[in-house]
Design a protein around this ligand. Structure first.
Ligand SMILES: NC(=O)c1ccc[n+]([C@@H]2O[C@H](COP(=O)([O-])OP(=O)(O)OC[C@H]3O[C@@H](n4cnc5c(N)ncnc54)[C@H](O)[C@@H]3O)[C@@H](O)[C@H]2O)c1
Ligand SMILES: CC(C)(O)[C@@H](O)C(=O)O
Ligand SMILES: [Mg+2]
Ligand SMILES: [Mg+2]
Length: 353
């Protein structure tokens, strides 16, 4: 465990140099890792673990699209791919990667199969933190651990294949065997994390729910929509509005921020842009700060979790979700975006519109 200084605050982190893959494999050599669920995180984690030399099986509902996807990815029915309960019985580590709502409904079938000494692994603090709402209360004689990749399962796999890594947080809720720490770090390295930082189940779910509703997804779409609409109301063309709102950000400026930070990006734009951005960023911060407080409060009270549980348990959940996603898909901004993306030199010749 290394102590690193993050902007003046010391934190514990685990790096690959300090905890190499060989050590992780040695710790897990007698374990069978059962990855339950093959949606978005399931494939990323299962394939990375397998390619890293761990003993992995997949548990998935039969007669489902994702069972077929698992077969297409090389998991063999009866050998490395099983119905959920059979995989839980066979596994010594149970990576519970069903959707958060499905984790609740399937839990009564899983719990009796979690025999002494097994490890129950989550990639989200949701089920445990909101246990009064989810009913997920693990037996006392199993380890309960978390590795939460900070990004999509799709990126986890893509970065792994490209020889890179996605950062993950890790936490221990229950150490029944005395091996929880070794297990969680070995698994965190095994799923392809770039480095691991320490958290708790509660801090993970509070920050994750805030982040995805906030600057990662909800707030950024709100910000894009507000600026795009403002430019359009003032007579700017869709291509001008889209380029000035989204395309320049994702193609030009954010890669610079990713490499060197916002400070460096600011320092490398025109003095005119610097003056304006320095004048305006605090106004935007102050305008949205109350919304973030409202959001965090809603997360902390469990209201966001309850809303997710309630909406996911409706029988027409999928149709309603698809309709809301379609509204985004059909909006002028994202239709304009499809044309703009199609015009990127590397995409020329592909169907656009
Ligand atoms: N999606 C991500 O990239 C991401 C990132 C970090 C953490 N997480 C966390 O990882 C976990 C898995 O998320 P996900 O997005 O991969 O899940 P998902 O929504 O893709 O669903 C995963 C699986 O659940 C199965 N499933 C759904 N309903 C079921 C039911 N009633 N019975 C049995 N199986 C059912 C589906 O077949 C699918 O294989 C969650 O805790 C999530 O918060 C996800
Ligand atoms: C990929 C995200 C947004 O980070 C994850 O938290 C999720 O819930 O899908
Ligand atoms: Mg999330
Ligand atoms: Mg997240």
């Amino acid at each position: 465990m290394a102590k690193l200084n993050f902007g003046g605050v010391e934190e514990n982190v685990v790096t690959r140099e300090e905890f190499p893959l060989e050590k992780a494999r040695e710790i897990m050599k007698d374990e069978t890792i059962a990855v339950i669920g093959y949606g978005v995180q399931g494939p990323g984690q299962a394939l990375n673990l397998k390619d890293n030399g761990f003993n992995v099986i997949v548990g998935q509902r039969q007669n489902s699209k994702t069972w077929d996807k698992a077969v297409d990815d090389g998991w063999e029915p009866g050998v490395t791919l099983f119905p959920i309960e059979e995989a839980v019985e066979r596994g010594t580590v149970i990576q519970y990667l069903l959707s958060d709502a499905a984790q609740i409904s399937v839990w009564p079938k899983i719990k009796p199969l979690l025999t002494k000494g097994k490890a129950l692994y989550f990639s989200h603090g949701f089920g445990i933190t909101y246990k009064e709402r989810t009913g997920i209360i693990p037996p006392e004689d199993v380890d309960v651990i978390l590795v939460a990749p900070k990004g999509s399962g799709t990126s986890l796999r893509r970065l792994f294949v490209a020889g890179k890594g996605l950062n993950s947080s890790y936490a221990i809720f229950q150490d029944a065997t005395g091996r929880a720490k070794d297990r969680v770090i070995a698994l965190g390295i095994g799923v392809g994390s770039g480095y691991l930082f320490e958290t708790t189940f509660k801090q993970e779910v509070y920050s994750d729910l805030t982040g995805e509703r906030g600057s990662l997804m909800g707030a950024i779409q709100g910000l894009f929509a507000a600026q795009y609409d403002c430019l359009r109301r003032h007579g700017h063309s869709p291509s001008e509005a889209f380029n000035e709102t989204v395309e320049e950000l994702t193609q030009s400026l954010m890669p610079l921020v990713a490499e060197n930070g916002m400070d460096w990006m600011y320092a490398n734009c025109s003095t005119t842009a610097q003056r304006g951005a320095l004048d305006w960023w605090k106004k935007f911060r102050d305008a949205v700060a109350p919304v973030f407080d409202e959001l965090y409060d809603s997360v902390a009270k469990g209201e966001e979790a309850q809303r997710s549980i309630d909406s996911n348990s409706q029988s027409d959940y999928r149709e309603k979700l698809d309709a809301e996603l379609k509204e985004l898909h059909d909006s002028e901004m994202w239709r304009a975006g499809r044309t703009v993306r199609g015009l990127r030199p590397e995409n020329q010749g592909e169907k656009v519109g």
